[in-house]
Design a protein around this ligand. Structure first.
Ligand SMILES: [Fe+2]
Ligand SMILES: [Fe+2]
Length: 396
């Protein structure tokens, strides 16, 4: 079988990428395409790049019904940077491709001009054949020159296929308002649902060290959380950072607490009970709340978080407590208001959160109280205490 390997950042996945995949299959150059969203970049990650799981799940969504095409998470690993040569080896080692399969590395003509500077180009070409998409518009003589240079330097033969000229650039989509025509419908939905390219770029508010930590943790959480929970956690981290910057709270603490706030939620119940018991010795918290203290302990033991402010924000994110720290308030709200939350009309609380942290929290508590009352239930006593405290200390 001829297998096309198509790697990229896919930030976002757009119609140009889709036409590459379809073009390669339609031309008969390959029988199947494995799409590989890049993981750890070999160079320092650009601040503008979306966290890796966003790009992976967006690509997966875009291609879920595409014939002869699979999306691989082989590069969604923390640690080693994703070099193409290593990925080609891993595809064989992990038996993602058959020993007899012939691999074709799919790329655009632009690659031809800097292929020399790739990591171990000779080794890449021993493991795969370059398969280049020929778009109309690039001068033929320049391409020919680059091709003959690579072919003679590495004793290889480059293959080509024609695709329709779909001129789309990911960088433009990230800043455009009207990107809908340039991306598959599922991608447009994904971008909207997670507010992926928010113009205020909230993560620019965290330090370089924290940015690197968030990248590391999002890879580690990829193995531990379901798609839905991980995307919710990353959204919470980003909204928490936005609120932190807005209200003068520490962005690094809010970001990491936001990312880890539900880190224990998918652990077996007995594990959650055991973790929680290390910080709450008097009783076992109810099932809905259990993951909060368990999460604080897990963030400490498993993810190495030492900062008590961060651990407390995780511990109190479900029901609050009488006197909340600013980081706790921010994480509590971000968890309830992040963009993929659509269980209710959150527009009023979100608009409070534009200007006043305490007012937003009061509004949020009151909305929960009303919704509980409609079901004949009372809110948790810690939430009641927190609400009473905020109301009593509200500035007039
Ligand atoms: Fe939670
Ligand atoms: Fe949550």
């Amino acid at each position: 079988m001829k297998v096309g390997i198509y790697g990229g950042a896919f930030d976002p996945f757009h119609k140009g990428h889709l036409s590459m995949i379809r073009g390669a299959i339609a031309s008969g150059a390959v029988d199947q395409v494995i799409v590989i969203p890049t993981g750890m970049p070999p160079f320092k990650p650009a601040r503008a790049a979306s966290l890796s799981p966003y790009r992976y799940y967006m690509t997966l969504d875009a291609l879920k019904d595409e014939p002869h095409c699979t999306v691989s998470d082989i590069e969604q690993v923390f640690g080693e940077p994703s070099y193409t040569v290593r990925t080609l080896d891993l595809l064989r080692e992990k038996k993602i491709v058959h020993a007899k399969d012939k691999l074709y590395l799919m790329c655009g003509t632009d690659i031809l001009f800097d292929f020399d500077s790739w990591y171990e180009p000779k080794s890449i070409l021993e493991k795969a054949t370059l398969l280049v998409a020929k778009r109309p518009g690039i001068p033929d003589d320049q391409v020919k020159e680059a091709v003959s240079h690579i072919e003679s330097t590495f004793s290889t033969k480059i293959h080509f296929f024609d695709i329709k000229g779909v001129e789309v650039a990911s960088s433009e989509i990230r800043i455009e308002e009207n990107y809908e025509d340039d991306v598959p419908e599922s991608v447009a939905k994904f971008i909207r649902r997670h507010d992926l390219y928010a113009h205020d770029a909230p993560l620019s508010g965290v330090s370089d060290a924290m940015y690197a930590k968030l990248i590391e943790l999002s890879f580690r959480l990829f193995d531990e959380l379901s798609e839905k929970r991980l995307l919710h956690s990353m959204n919470t981290a980003i909204v928490a950072t936005r609120y932190a910057v807005r209200f003068g709270v520490n962005p690094d603490q809010c970001a990491i607490a936001g990312l880890l706030h539900d880190c224990a939620k998918e652990l077996p119940l007995e594990t959650q009970i055991a973790l929680s018991a290390k910080i709450i010795t008097e009783y076992i918290p109810g099932k809905e709340i259990l993951h909060s203290p368990a999460g604080a302990q897990y963030a400490h033991e498993h993810f190495g978080v030492e900062d008590k402010v961060v651990l407390d924000a995780i511990q109190y994110h479900t029901v609050g407590r009488e006197i909340m720290t600013p980081v706790e308030k921010v994480v509590y709200l971000a968890d309830k208001l992040e963009p993929s939350r659509d269980y209710d009309d959150l527009s009023t609380i979100r608009s409070y959160a534009e200007k006043d942290l305490n007012a937003a929290l009061i509004e949020c508590y009151c909305a929960i109280k009303e919704s509980f009352a409609r079901k004949g239930k009372c809110i948790h006593e810690d939430t009641q205490k927190s609400l009473a405290y905020l109301l009593a200390n509200r500035s007039q």
